[in-house]
Design a protein around this ligand. Structure first.
Ligand code: HEM
Length: 406
């Protein structure tokens, strides 16, 4: 059967699950000319490729295949910063970066920020309560994660809007927003500004350490080994970037799932202790990360297909997480689902470093939102998703906050 070969087709963007289910059933490891690589859709194959770092490389930071030589030169400094992101590195560089950053980004750092997440969420909800309607993304889910990660890092409060803008511009590049023609230039300019900004702060913290994550990262050591200045800055930019867009989408996609499934919404309202398993289910059912890229390090076989060295693979979590071979009734939202071994945070050595923080943020944000506006309903408008291959992000989530707080 002929599989439609356009990952950016509006029907695929609005409902990737039906599209990927068709591939999973008919040609589970599928060559796509449009993507320029293999689309991997079965849970078993996706999990396998995530875990086998000897044959699947995460070093995927290269300018677009279609970019001119001139453009490639212009983008060199952008790719230099991204080249120190642990997520784009294989061992041994990945091992070293992750080990050092782990020493700073600890469970106790996440535990410490919890009360502030509650406060920040309450402040945003107080503002929302002044109106009858809201856009959950613009008014809540967008702001919360950036405020949290900025505070953890120790970045001044007044700088948060510009940090958010830099991170949004970078997202256009990393998540491949092909509908924005000048996305490379925007990302380049913002990354340079962010680099200079973080350089200044990191230098100050090296001279005068504070009780914050940037200082902890700057001083994290293993034997005599420490991160270089470039690595500190790249890592901080990765945490800012990794720490907000995906978490915004966890909160928004989770709320969207609840608002379109009144039974699950009621179940969670009646039994708030279900929030942890509900968040796991949102990560599976409508996870923020739709797919991740890997490069074959050698000729290999996957799902019966011969993959050649240097060919790209798109590991589709949105498909793996709905694979009936792994999950019972995979297209049903079940906030009590157990076990739930979704691949929303990846698997293997690159398993999301920020997962504990993302879970805490998602749980607090959604629980408090429901408690404050228990009668909330979705507005009757067309739901639109951002046109990207890699992430699953709503453009807006307009709601009526009926029954606003007393
Ligand atoms: C719901 C929210 C989030 C989702 C869905 C998510 C998803 C992911 C995924 C799928 C990966 C694996 C990438 C790969 O294998 O190539 C990853 C890695 C990573 N994430 Fe997250 N993430 C989230 C939140 C966060 C937060 C809050 C932070 C930090 C503040 C963070 C920091 C990172 C870092 C540093 C890595 C790289 C780990 C490594 O390469 O060893 N993420 N994330």
């Amino acid at each position: 059967m002929q599989i439609q070969d356009n990952l950016m087709d509006p029907s695929v963007i609005s409902d990737p699950y039906t599209y990927f289910a068709e591939i999973r059933t008919n040609d589970p490891v599928h060559w796509s000319d449009d993507f320029g690589g293999w689309i991997v859709t079965r849970y078993e194959d996706v999990a396998f490729a995530f875990q086998d770092q000897t044959r699947f490389s995460a070093e995927r930071v290269t300018p677009s295949r279609k970019a001119s030589e001139k453009k490639k030169k212009e983008l060199a400094s952008t790719y230099n910063v991204l080249s120190h992101w642990m997520v784009f590195n294989d061992p041994p560089k990945h091992t070293r970066l992750r080990l050092l950053v782990n020493k700073a980004f600890t469970p106790s750092a996440v535990e410490k920020i919890k009360p502030r997440i509650v406060e920040i969420s309450n402040e945003l909800l107080d503002e929302m309560a002044n109106n009858e309607k809201a856009d959950i993304i613009k008014d809540y889910a967008y702001a919360l994660p950036i405020l949290v990660i900025s505070e953890m890092l120790g970045l001044p409060k007044n700088d948060r809007d510009k940090i958010k803008k830099w991170s949004d511009d970078l997202m256009l590049l990393v998540f491949g927003a092909v509908d924005v023609p000048d996305r490379h230039e925007k990302a380049q300019k913002s990354l340079q500004e962010m680099y200079d900004y973080l350089h200044d702060i990191a230098s100050k913290r090296r001279e005068n350490p504070q009780d914050d994550l940037i200082s902890a990262i700057a001083f994290a050591g293993d034997g005599g080994d420490k991160l270089t200045t470039d690595e500190i800055i790249s890592t901080c930019s990765l945490l800012v970037f990794g720490g907000h867009e995906t978490t915004t989408n966890l909160i928004a996609n989770g709320m969207m799932s609840l608002l379109t499934h009144p039974q699950a919404y009621k179940e969670l309202k009646d039994n708030p202790s279900l929030i942890s398993s509900a968040v796991e289910e949102f990560l599976r059912y409508e996870g923020p990360s739709k797919a991740m890229i890997r490069i074959a390090k050698e000729d290999l076989e996957l799902g019966g297909k011969k993959i050649k060295q240097n060919e790209r693979l798109l590991l589709v979590q949105a498909s793996a997480n709905r694979d009936p071979a792994k999950f019972t009734k995979p297209d049903k939202l079940d906030i009590t689902r157990h076990p739930n071994q979704h691949l929303g945070f990846g698997r293997g050595i690159h398993y999301c470093l920020g997962a504990p923080l993302a879970r805490v943020e998602g749980e607090i944000a959604i629980k408090q939102l429901i408690q404050r506006f228990p009668q909330m309903t979705l507005e009757d408008v067309q739901i639109e998703w951002q046109p990207t291959i890699i992430n699953r992000a709503l453009k807006r989530l307009p709601v009526t906050l009926r029954g606003t707080s007393s």
